[in-house]
Ligand binder design. Structure first.
Ligand code: BMA
Length: 305
């Protein structure tokens, strides 16, 4: 039997709605980062009014998390028209700043990519609402590429051109363009019924390691599972290789029952100094699990022919 590239923490889930300081429906899809001596999760939290808002939980050991008493003060794009839902944040350390790309719904199903920054995870400053209508899954690379900020994003598709991963560039984090679909062997890359960026890409010597989600359809609905790919270091719109097999999938009760059944979804992948990768993943849009793997083994699986 093949060895799993990602092992799930035996005490999963590491976060459930029951751990929140107020009654909540769901806790899921966190952005994650190491900040000083803490692990920070910026979680999607759905309150009883069915609004998704981002809420921080903190941990010293990476396994036991305590949510803040209240969500952070969120700088709305327009104080007279605050966002309805904010969710799926991806946190990138860029110099001294932590830059957060997230899904910003002004109205239900009216989604754009919002960008905030912070230096302390207490005060958040608005950078931009930085996409056309119908784009999400923004993940900022941790360094400029060819002199420009670079992000993965996922414009909404249609039947001819289904949702897939794209790359866009910006001189200032505000104006974005030069957008193109990520390609494999010269053709737009499609894996599953739809797919999109997951984690903030990690620089490895072979290029950029990206953990992404791929969605399959069944007669009972979607299944969200994870795979990995390596993007070219200088031209991240080019895939060098990807895992043929899923590396994470729903199989336990906490991943198969909840707001949306059969979902494992990643907005982060944190490299540890010993070469371990930690992924805090959303499970059934309700809980948060932890999975760990070895970066070199995942890279090797991406490059296998
Ligand atoms: C995606 C996003 C995620 C969610 C997933 C499964 O389109 O909305 O936030 O986890 O669907 O419901």
């Amino acid at each position: 039997m093949k060895k799993r590239l990602l092992e799930k923490y035996a005490q999963n889930p590491v976060m459930t709605p029951a751990q929140m300081p107020i009654e909540c429906l769901y806790t899921f899809n966190p952005g994650a980062i190491k900040f000083g001596d803490e692990y920070i999760l910026m979680m999607d939290v759905t309150t009883l009014d069915d609004i998704h808002r981002i809420w921080i939980a903190r941990s010293k050991d990476g396994y036991h998390f305590t949510p803040d008493p209240t969500p952070p003060a969120w700088p709305a794009p327009d104080p007279t028209h605050p966002e309805m839902n904010t969710y799926d944040p991806r946190i990138t350390k860029f110099g001294d700043d932590y830059i957060i790309l997230y899904a910003s719904d002004l109205l239900q199903n009216d989604v754009r990519i919002g960008i905030l920054k912070t230096r302390d995870f207490k005060k958040f400053e608005r950078v931009a609402t930085a996409s056309e209508l119908g784009n999400r899954n923004g993940a900022l690379f941790p360094e400029k590429i060819n002199g420009l900020y670079c992000r993965l994003d996922r414009p909404f598709g249609n039947e001819q051109d289904p949702c897939s991963m794209w790359v866009s560039y910006s001189p200032d984090l505000v104006f974005w363009g030069k957008s193109e679909p990520v390609k494999f062997n010269g053709k737009p890359f499609m894996d599953g019924f739809k797919m999109g960026a997951g984690a903030v890409p990690i620089r490895v010597k072979e290029g950029w390691l990206e953990i992404y989600h791929t969605v399959s359809t069944t007669c009972n609905g979607f299944i969200y599972r994870l795979k990995a790919c390596i993007l070219d270091a200088e031209n991240p719109a080019k895939i060098i290789g990807h895992t043929k097999d899923f590396i994470l999938w729903p199989e336990h009760d906490y991943e198969m029952r909840g707001r949306v059944a059969n979902v494992t979804f990643a907005c982060n992948a944190l490299p540890e100094p010993d070469g371990t990768l930690k992924i805090y993943y959303g499970a059934a849009d309700t809980n948060i699990g932890l999975a760990t793997g070895k970066i070199d083994e995942i890279v090797k699986a991406c490059l296998e022919k």
